[in-house]
Ligand binder design. Sequence first.
Ligand SMILES: Nc1nc2c(ncn2[C@@H]2O[C@H](COP(=O)(O)OP(=O)(O)OP(=O)(O)O)[C@@H](O)[C@H]2O)c(=O)[nH]1
Ligand SMILES: [Mg+2]
Length: 245
Amino acid sequence: MSQFCFVIPNYNHHLVIEQTIADLQRFKLPVILVDDGSNQQTKQVLQQVNDRFDNVTLHIRAENGGKGAAVHDGLVLAAKLGYSHAVQVDADGQHNLADIDRLIALAKQHPTALISGQPIYDDSISKGRLYGRYFTHIWVHIETLSLKIKDSMCGFRVYPLAAYDKLTKRVSLGKRMDYDIEVMVRLYWQGCDVQFLPTKVIYPENGVSHFNVWKDNLLISKMHTKLFFGMLLRVPKLLWRKVKG
Ligand SMILES: Nc1nc2c(ncn2[C@@H]2O[C@H](COP(=O)(O)OP(=O)(O)OP(=O)(O)O)[C@@H](O)[C@H]2O)c(=O)[nH]1
Ligand SMILES: [Mg+2]
């Protein structure tokens, strides 16, 4: 039997987090909220959320470690608490929570797969972010020798925790914005199926993005170089997977 929980990483996102947790109550699932070394204002809001909702476990990281480090902590804690799947939702109100039912249904249909949102953007996304994503799509197709991965940057996902545990016992993943991409490619390399659900992603007007165009894009480029060489080592395995369909 699959047991689901939510994992929400939070770094200085205080505006909509309480409303997000309130909206998640209808699922009657536990929520692991990870404070990734946030500022005092956010800490106060997170404590308030923790006091208000019984189903919230607040995990506090002493220092900021990056999105990847925060999600990793949340997933490890989720596995330790006995859950089989963790639904990862960002804390900035960009994800369409109405699609969670469909995300979970897909995970139940494919219990060993990584399930991911495939973003449908409106005009609120900046052109820089949009084009950066195409760059990553192309790299990921090369790294997996496949067109199977339709998006690797969306943080709206369901992680199969057994497969994640197996992966992270072997390799340590990028700790910042490189994480979402790397974990998806490496799970794919490990043999994990990846399923996508088209979902609207918005950039709210008062939204705060911590994505640093120069620093994070450089980090992501370095990671693609590493994954490219990783792909070369796996060419026979990846081609065999293609042949098997
Ligand atoms: N950027 C960033 N996000 C973190 C960090 N730690 C946790 N997070 C959380 O990770 C999620 C994604 O962060 P965002 O800054 O929105 O990054 P993103 O959604 O990939 O980028 P945008 O598309 O520009 O919004 C949010 O829930 C953050 O609060 C961190 O150190 N840096
Ligand atoms: Mg965001």
